[in-house]
Design a protein around this ligand. Sequence first.
Ligand code: F0G
Length: 459
Amino acid sequence: MNAVPTTPTPRAAAHARQRCIVPGCEHSFDINDRIYVCTKCGGPLEIDIDLRSISKPAELRSVWRERALSSEARDKSGVWRHRELLPFAADAQVVTLFEGNTPLYDAPRSAEYASLDVLRLKHQGCNPTASFKDTGMTAAVTQARLLGAETVVCASTGNTAASLAAYAARAGMQCAILLPFGQVSAAKLAQSMDYGAAIREIDGNFDDCMRLIQELASEPSIYVANSINPFRIEGQKTVAFEILEQYGWRVPDHVVVPGGNLGNSSALGKGFGEMKRLGLIDKLPKISVVQAEGAAPLAHLFSSSASKGEQIQFVHHPNTLATAIKIGSPVSWKKALRAVLESGGEVLSVTETELADAKAIIGRDGIGCEPASAATLAGIKKLVAAGKIKKNETVVAVLTGHVLKDPDYVSNYHRGTLAIEMHEAGKPARREAIHGKFPNLPVRVAADKKSIVESLKRG
Ligand code: F0G
């Protein structure tokens, strides 16, 4: 067993506060106030870590690296081994499933598809419940337990729910999840059932579930674990630290993420921002967000001149087969937009076909991701074509979920049966087929050697 390295400067939770991000308000609250938005102006909150409490930032690199070799529970977590920058006391009892420490893969076929020299995929689907949500949930459920909450709740398109259900089970807490009825993949729903969550299916979409969660937040026994909760973002920001560690502390030129409720892009912005303020890096990677065309409120705002005035138009009937990001009213859009603008990134949307084909290409690299994750590669291809990403720049795509999260989608794509239901006002719903360019159909052959060999010759 390796000795656990000492912290360069032990930091108590007293060095962190919750702060409103709205310029001009910026009201600050105690770290343990159970609030999710600014009680002065209603703006989003984030956690303000007093970075001056870290007197020797350069030592963090070796401390974090050495902890990865330790067998202490917190050190085995890719989140908690970065604990100097988390808003918890040094001796906090954490709820962990050993999340994080996910692989950064080289993806030559995906790179070629996007006309890049090199592309790397940071696979957050390799987390305990197979999505990036676990890195945030370990922090949120730890805080819920510290606050003595009885029930943790969330609205979800499936992954947040599965993750919260698992961490709540580890913590021995009650978990209640609100899901849009009929719009969550069977695999994700099955996970939540298995982890023992109270599942409530709502007649409505994700945005309706999110609205109800905000109403439920006033119940004293309830703790909300959606990404409006700033503790979620604290856990999720550690993926930025991991990416830098995996790049030997060189800063990639671009980091590209799919966008739904827009917590993940916010978290990446915060993580890289803290590294820069600590002087561990000298520039920010450009953070770009890719949305599905039918659920792209931030991309619309970004492409219109209105982005200066920051007036987002929510999408009332979001529609995409990438159900994880079927969201029309993203709660964290202000934080995400700030992360994109500060870093010089882009926000764009991709079509259902672009997304589906990109997913199949990632698969050909031997890396399985869920549909939403593939928005990254589809977006990168467009950004390269538009000259916004140069062929020889370093690019990381963050894959947010595992391929087994939505096997029906994958099977339908390869069998040529993928279709989306389109709804236009005043017209009957119609099904639009997605004609993928890279299908891979199982072939039925007779049960003899010759037939198999013959069929393989035909390719
Ligand atoms: N990719 C996957 C696989 C997701 O599950 C989500 C969000 C996103 C991308 C978008 O991330 O919301 O931080 O912008 N899923 C949420 C859920 C909404 O309920 O599981 P975001």
